[in-house]
Ligand binder design. Structure first.
Ligand code: FEO
Length: 399
């Protein structure tokens, strides 16, 4: 059964939702599912903007057939080649053998790499190229590394519609709500939008900045990403978040405490520090057990808060493995500009503090507080002063 929605009079959303997939990219949990968006324009020519993941191909085809209502499909614009959007290219070619593919040179290369048989059907476009489909004229804008090197965005200058590939997307199925004003941004979008951005595109902040600058020169009425809602207002909110995230600036002054604890002693120390911070007036404190929280959530929160406390037990003379994994992800995603405090624990050779410091020193513009706590097995009454000093030092660094 088809399920489509109009965006403008002649532009339709023809995508779908996947609520069965447990892990996006086989790594990120998506408890609320994900949408794969595709858009179909009915002009003098008919134009499909991107396809969808193989998992929802049946619905996708039914949607296209319903909207076309017997018309041929003339063009397929491919903005992004990752298979969550490009998997159904060959299925479209089989059903609409006369369709012409419009894509960047690198996207065409990727089509060959993925084994698609497209020869003779492609038109390669580059930055600034334009094309008319009748009433609608589009311009193609390169968006390399947002999120892959072949990515581009397409701007419909007639109706002000920007097809943004992965940019401005989010985890979470649409649940019938296609437009951003049908979502509550702070309740429904922000946490999953941030987790999506930071884990999928977070590494490529400078490239996102470049795209934001290009988009700033366009008269945009609709932002159509490949995941999540279509934005038709409140652009300032969306662009402000993307600007902060891509410059690696925190959203909030606050303290995120991430602890690695085997038997509860490091956790008790982290609890004590959190309590001292709150008692001293810093109430914007959140705590996460690194073993219990998927690293994609930790990364998202790390992009949100200004100050991070890492408390880790020493394990096999190294950093506790889940904490090491978190630190590796921070580095891989280019996280920077945070102030970090360290607590180490170890029963005979504590050295996780030194090792975490080395990891952090390998990242850009990280401020590591000099005050560092080293515990032998557990926090004692005698440690109250050094924990007070650590809390003071964190608060002082916020001024
Ligand atoms: Fe949603 Fe980079 O693909």
């Amino acid at each position: 059964m088809y399920c489509v929605r109009n965006i403008t009079e002649d532009l339709y959303w023809v995508g779908g939702n996947d609520r069965r997939l447990a892990l996006f990219e086989n790594i990120h949990p998506i408890s609320r599912g994900v949408s794969y968006n595709s858009y179909l324009l009915l002009d003098k020519k008919t134009v499909l903007f991107d396809t969808v993941d193989w998992s929802i191909c049946r619905t996708f085809i039914e949607n296209i057939q319903h909207v076309l209502a017997g018309r041929p499909l003339d063009y397929m614009v491919i903005n992004h080649m990752e298979p969550d959007h490009a998997a159904c290219i060959e299925e479209i070619l089989l059903r609409y053998p006369n369709v012409k593919i419009i894509a960047s040179e690198k996207a065409v290369l990727f089509m060959h790499q993925f084994g698609f048989h497209i020869d003779g059907k492609q038109t390669i476009v580059k930055e600034g190229d334009t094309m008319s489909f009748g009433k609608h004229k589009v311009v193609f804008v390169a968006a390399p590394m947002v999120h892959w090197p072949e990515a581009m965005v397409t701007f419909d200058t007639t109706d002000g519609v920007l097809f943004t590939a992965d940019a401005f997307g989010t985890f979470g199925a649409l649940d019938g709500k296609l437009f951003n004003d049908e979502w509550n941004s702070e309740r429904d979008w922000i946490d999953e939008g941030r987790r999506y951005y930071t884990n999928i595109v977070g590494k490529y902040g400078p490239h996102v900045q470049s795209l934001l600058k290009k988009a700033g020169g366009l008269d945009i009425k609709y932002i159509c990403p490949l995941h999540g809602p279509v934005w038709r207002n409140n652009f300032e909110y969306l662009l402000d978040k993307y600007d902060k995230w891509s410059r690696y600036e925190p959203e909030e002054k606050g303290v995120m405490i991430v602890y690695a604890s085997m038997y509860g002693n490091t956790e008790a120390a982290a609890n004590d520090l959190a309590t001292k911070l709150v008692k001293k007036g810093m109430t914007n404190v959140v705590m996460y057990d690194v073993s219990q929280t998927h690293v994609s959530y930790l990364i998202s929160e790390t992009f949100k808060y200004s100050h991070i406390v890492l408390a880790s037990v020493t394990y096999n003379l190294n950093i506790y493995p889940p904490m090491l994994n978190y630190l590796s992800d921070m580095k891989a995603l280019n996280l920077q500009k945070r102030t970090v405090a360290l607590i180490e624990n170890g029963s005979w050779a504590p050295q996780s503090g030194k090792l975490m410091r080395e990891c952090l020193e390998d990242m850009k513009e990280m401020t590591i507080l000099e005050k560092e706590v080293s515990l032998n097995s557990s926090m004692k009454d005698d440690d109250q002063d050094i924990f007070n000093d650590l809390a003071e030092s964190i608060i002082e660094s916020m001024k």
